[in-house]
Design a binder for this molecule. Structure first.
Ligand SMILES: *[C@@H]1O[C@H](CO)[C@@H](O)[C@H](O)[C@H]1NC(C)=O
Ligand SMILES: *[C@@H]1O[C@H](CO)[C@@H](O)[C@H](O)[C@H]1NC(C)=O
Ligand SMILES: *[C@@H]1O[C@H](CO)[C@@H](O)[C@H](O)[C@H]1NC(C)=O
Ligand SMILES: *[C@@H]1O[C@H](CO)[C@@H](O)[C@H](O)[C@H]1NC(C)=O
Ligand SMILES: *[C@@H]1O[C@H](CO)[C@@H](O)[C@H](O)[C@H]1NC(C)=O
Length: 466
């Protein structure tokens, strides 16, 4: 009897159109949920086994005085250019013991050495050697190689040099990214992760380096002098895997990556570019649009990331604020989500001090949030794409990363592009011997001049907000 009533009620209920659509909606959601579970089961997990950063020898330390002396001696810069570079050095956030390429430390400066490939190889492979020694992984186990070989191009490519030196297997797939700017290191991580999803039981080696020895600018165009002053050498090698047997020794689990670019806009794609000045001297121009385009691209990246990682509460606050700002007549400040609810640590790319200040302001970070990045800039200078790895190594050397912590690396550069990668720490990382910071970490953090720098000093006046 009871049964009959219910089924009768059910018939009555289901014949109601709203209920039918509600039921089909529920079914749809269930299907979506199930399919997403199946999908996430299928997509394999990717782990970062370990990474290594190259620490140059102390013979390559370059103080700002050494830099100016050499710049003066080479006789190619005018007095105003020399003064300008000196001023940038003082305001750039670099310390007095960053490392410069050997060729630029020689007197007289002569970057046009004959191509000493062996020497380049030695520098290039030091981080890889260390990484393989640390992890005990052999060359033949590596199935994927990605090199960020930038402006320095050789034939055979750097990839080929690595395959040859470490005797990688014949079926190794290799990619060399070039010209993608400072975010290339993290783009390479995203690429490695995608490749690992289709190639099972593999290791992927990512090498992030830069050799601008031959790209030093010897002219007097101010917008090109900037990158001369703050670029320093650096290299990082990173090993990723999808081998389940390695998961328990791996340091980090890969969680997300988000890549954004605004290169479709001319202002954006022209804000950092390589060209020749009116006297035919090649160099990298940085225009005043850099700050605006950087803000815009970083914002796009952070919004996408926010949707992936922020707790619902922060997302609702953000959306509400957005709607209010759109439709309200009164001016309301934009709501910066509290990213500390989603991350325990943030490691940003270090380009120069004004960029770092801009990122800090945009994301509403505290000084201690960006300590790792400031110290990386101070100690190693602008090492471009490898800088986020020096920052990560800083956090490890300071013993800051505990098991389960979420770490956010964000890099940006020419294009303009911005890439974020999220990791989860798989273990509490102890102080390690072969960390580029280990012999001096107790002296950090050092005090740096925190006075908000005036970006007009850099010869790219801030453009109006767009
Ligand atoms: C950069 O390349 C030059 C050769 O063009 C080489 O002598 C130098 O050692 C290289 N530096 C690095 C850091 O790889
Ligand atoms: C590698 O990174 C440096 C910045 O490091 C960048 O200038 C260069 O173009 C990059 N090369 C790649 C991979 O795009
Ligand atoms: C790497 O890039 C260089 C030029 O940037 C190119 O000549 C070389 O063929 C590339 N190698 C691979 C393996 O893609
Ligand atoms: C940023 O990139 C994500 C994908 O990685 C994309 O969904 C999003 O639309 C991009 N945002 C902008 C503003 O381009
Ligand atoms: C940092 O160095 C890289 C490589 O030379 C360069 O492309 C980039 O523009 C520099 N960053 C800044 C902010 O100058």
């Amino acid at each position: 009897m009871f049964n009959v009533t219910t089924s009768h009620d059910l018939v009555k209920l289901t014949s109601h159109p709203n209920i039918i659509s509600l039921a089909s909606l529920l079914c749809l959601m269930l299907i979506l949920l199930l399919s997403s579970i199946v999908k996430s089961n299928k997509s394999c997990k990717v782990f970062l086994v370990d990474f290594a950063c190259y620490k140059p020898p102390s013979t390559q330390i370059c103080t700002s005085k050494m830099f100016s002396d050499r710049a003066r001696l080479c006789g190619k810069f005018s007095e105003t250019s020399l003064e300008f570079m000196q001023m940038i050095l003082e305001k750039s956030g670099l310390g007095q013991s960053t490392y410069s390429p050997e060729a630029l430390l020689r007197i007289p400066v002569d970057p046009c050495l004959e191509d000493t490939r062996r020497e380049a190889e030695m520098v290039m492979f030091r981080a890889v050697d260390e990484l393989l020694a640390k992890t005990g992984v052999e060359g033949k186990d590596i199935g994927i190689v990605i090199v960020n070989c930038s402006i320095f191009n050789v034939v055979p490519s750097l990839c080929a040099m690595i395959v040859n030196r470490y005797k990688l297997g014949e079926d190794t797939v290799s990619y060399n990214l070039s010209g993608m700017g400072c975010s290339a290191g993290l783009i390479a991580i995203g690429l490695a992760k995608q490749l690992l999803q289709v190639r099972h039981h593999s290791y992927a080696l990512v090498v992030s380096t830069e050799n601008i020895t031959q790209n030093c600018y010897f002219g007097n165009d101010r917008s090109k002098l900037l990158s001369n002053c703050i670029f320093r050498i650096g290299e990082a090698a990173i090993l990723l895997t999808n081998r389940p047997s390695v998961f328990k020794v791996a340091k980090y689990q890969f969680i997300h990556t988000v890549h954004n670019q605004t290169a479709a806009s001319d202002r954006s794609s022209n804000c950092i570019f390589q060209d020749e000045d009116h006297r035919g001297q090649a160099g990298v121009t940085i225009t005043k649009d850099l700050m605006v385009m950087a803000s815009k691209t970083i914002e796009a990246n952070v919004i996408t990331l926010g949707r992936l990682v922020l707790p619902i509460r922060e997302q609702i606050l953000y959306v509400t604020n957005y709607i209010i700002r759109r439709f309200a007549l009164t001016k309301v400040d934009s709501y910066v989500p509290n990213f500390k609810n989603a991350f325990d640590h943030i490691i940003t790319q270090v380009g120069s001090k004004p960029l770092l200040d801009e990122v800090k302001r945009n994301l509403d970070l505290t000084e201690s949030d960006i300590e790792a990045s400031r110290m990386t800039l101070y100690t190693f200078g602008n090492t471009s794409s490898s800088s986020v790895w020096y920052g990560l190594a800083y956090g490890e050397a300071k013993g800051k990363f505990k098991r389960g912590d979420r770490v956010w690396q964000i890099a940006f550069g020419a294009g303009f592009m911005c890439t974020s990668v999220i990791w989860r720490a798989m273990k509490t990382v102890d102080k390690e011997k072969n960390n580029p910071w280990s012999d001096e970490i107790d002296g950090f953090p050092v005090d740096v001049d925190l006075e908000i720098s005036d970006s007009t000093l850099y010869h790219f006046e801030p453009s109006e907000k767009i």
